[in-house]
Write a protein that binds this ligand. Structure first.
Ligand code: SF4
Ligand code: F3S
Ligand code: FES
Length: 232
């Protein structure tokens, strides 16, 4: 089938305004949007810029706005979209070039929640034990691949870029609810401040956007509750 691919293009430092480029691509219904982008880059216009790495929904590098929704280009099939496909960079981040956005601020917020296990004291001889019930508390939030689809679909983030955002909260949740971790107090203090979880207005775009099916809004709600009740 013939696909018309409309891509919003812009190069910082060169273009004054973004503009639309249109490409005709021959594709199978089971091709992925990433295949279409490759077809353009490799055979029509090598200047088209986008990120990708694993090609299998694991690395999180190719999140973009596809027909108006944040998705991973390597996970969406042509047959789900039809013959006209529109692709734009994720919203709320500055565009470096075409579909590549500046993500340093996003990762700085991720690092700010200390997304690693903090456990003082002498480590046990073998491993830090945990029951299946304790593990289940944060199972969902271990699935994050840091694609940015949640944060860049959040209207609260669009209106206040200082909001720490759902992705950072998901990654804080993963350690806050880990029975082996001892840094809950510091993380909850950070998430309880003016740009923390209370910026979330329970809009749910983040949950809908997450390509890993993480219940993002529920995780944010659990963090809010932990701040209010002072316990996990
Ligand atoms: Fe991406 Fe989901 Fe992680 Fe957000 S929570 S960064 S949408 S994988
Ligand atoms: Fe934004 Fe998700 Fe909350 S879309 S407002 S972080 S529920
Ligand atoms: Fe890695 Fe799509 S290329 S998630």
């Amino acid at each position: 089938m013939k696909i018309t691919l409309r891509v919003k293009r812009f190069e910082a430092g060169r273009d004054r305004e973004p503009y639309w480029a249109e490409y005709e691509v021959e594709a199978e219904p089971t091709d992925r949007v990433l295949d279409l982008l490759h077809a353009v880059k490799w055979h029509q216009d090598s200047t088209l810029a986008f990120r990708r790495s694993c090609g299998h929904g694991v690395c999180g590098s190719d999140a973009m706005l596809i027909n108006g929704r944040n998705r991973l280009a390597c996970k969406v099939l042509v047959k789900e979209l039809g013959a006209r496909i529109t692709i734009e960079p994720m919203r709320g981040f500055s565009v470096v070039r075409d579909l590549i956005v500046e993500m340093e601020g996003f990762f700085a917020k991720y690092r700010s929640v200390q997304p690693y296990l903090i456990a003082d004291g002498e480590p046990p001889a073998n491993e830090r034990l945990q029951s299946p019930e304790q593990r289940a508390k944060f199972d969902d939030t271990t699935k994050c691949i840091l694609c940015g689809a949640c944060t860049t679909s959040c209207p609260s983030f669009w209106s206040n870029p200082d909001y720490v955002g759902p992705a950072a909260i998901v990654n804080a949740h993963r350690f806050l609810f880990d029975s082996r971790d001892q840094a809950a107090e510091e993380r909850l203090a950070l998430l309880g401040d003016r740009d923390g979880v209370w910026r979330c207005r329970t809009i749910y775009n983040c949950t809908e956007a997450c390509p890993r099916g993480i219940e993002v809004t529920r995780a944010i709600g659990e963090v809010k509750k932990a701040i209010l009740l002072g316990r996990r």
